[in-house]
Write a protein that binds this ligand. Sequence first.
Ligand code: UD2
Length: 329
Amino acid sequence: MDSQAIRDKTVLVTGGAGFIGSHLVEALAPHNEVRVLDNFSSGDRSHLPDDVTIVEGDVGDPIALQEAARGVDVIFHHAAVVSVSRSVDAPRRSNETNLEASLLLLEQARQEDARVVVASSAAVYGHPDELPISESASTEPTSPYGIQKLAVDQYTRRYAELYDLETVALRYFNAYGPRQQGPYSGVISTFLEQARADEPITIEGDGEQTRDFVHVSDIVRANLQAATTEATGEAFNIGTGSRTSIRSLAETIKAATDSSSPIVHRDPRPGDIRHSGADISKANRRLGFESRVSLESGIQSLVDGTRLSPMEANAEPASDSMREGNPAR
Ligand code: UD2
């Protein structure tokens, strides 16, 4: 699978100024006409290349959406309220953006006969029955955010069946990389900030919980593959296939930053998922997806401020000593 195959298309990236969206825009812009629909509630204009067309507005605003989607070939849907805790505090508000606006977008895609690649989430699974988690695992989300993502994921797949629309849902595991920041940004950026400031690195609970951390450049590559795959109407796990404990992550980040931060424990997060790890064999088989960035090199590049291109092979997974669990390849 040639993941650079999407060329000379008109594409829309919703949430294109955000963390994942802006990296995707950068990868698409040299070869395609790119439009970005973003309300800049958390995204940043400075992340966008000069040659993209920006429509400022909510995805849930039909006028803005119509303008942004007119004549596009592919829509990458990354606009969302990404905070799980905000979805718990205000479920209807996050439902508006995460679910209602996504449905509006699918309808718009039907009008344009555009392919849609949707950002789904490992949150659809809730507490997993087995590891690694395959796409056919049970889906019992534990938060409004997860419920909304699951509904969108299902709508996305059903739109392929019911309306013959080309759709793909990508279930991201724990994404990390440059530009991930702010209060809901995830454990890697939090630990990095703490380590750089020589402040305590705060592990919630015993630190033995595990996650599948996937670098944003791998996620971008999965999106490019989804843009051209023949395997539409499907959902795919996008992770690395390996799990890392939060304690091991804290130690790696402390070492990589040469920090004198103490590693401390506080109360576990209520409802925290104990273990999460992706079976990526379906994405590998059907999309040609593989993860190329090991957690060590991903963290090192964050520390050094170097960029990892989605097209470069940075693979050294076999020697990745932090990894545990069963690589699903
Ligand atoms: C991630 C996603 C979420 C959803 C979910 C799916 C992020 C930011 N969130 O939630 O959107 O897709 O996966 O299951 O990617 N932790 C600490 N100390 C800290 C911060 C976190 O110990 O300062 C722990 C936390 O208790 C948890 C783990 O690190 O056990 C990961 O936390 P997270 O907020 O980065 O991501 P997660 O898996 O809750």
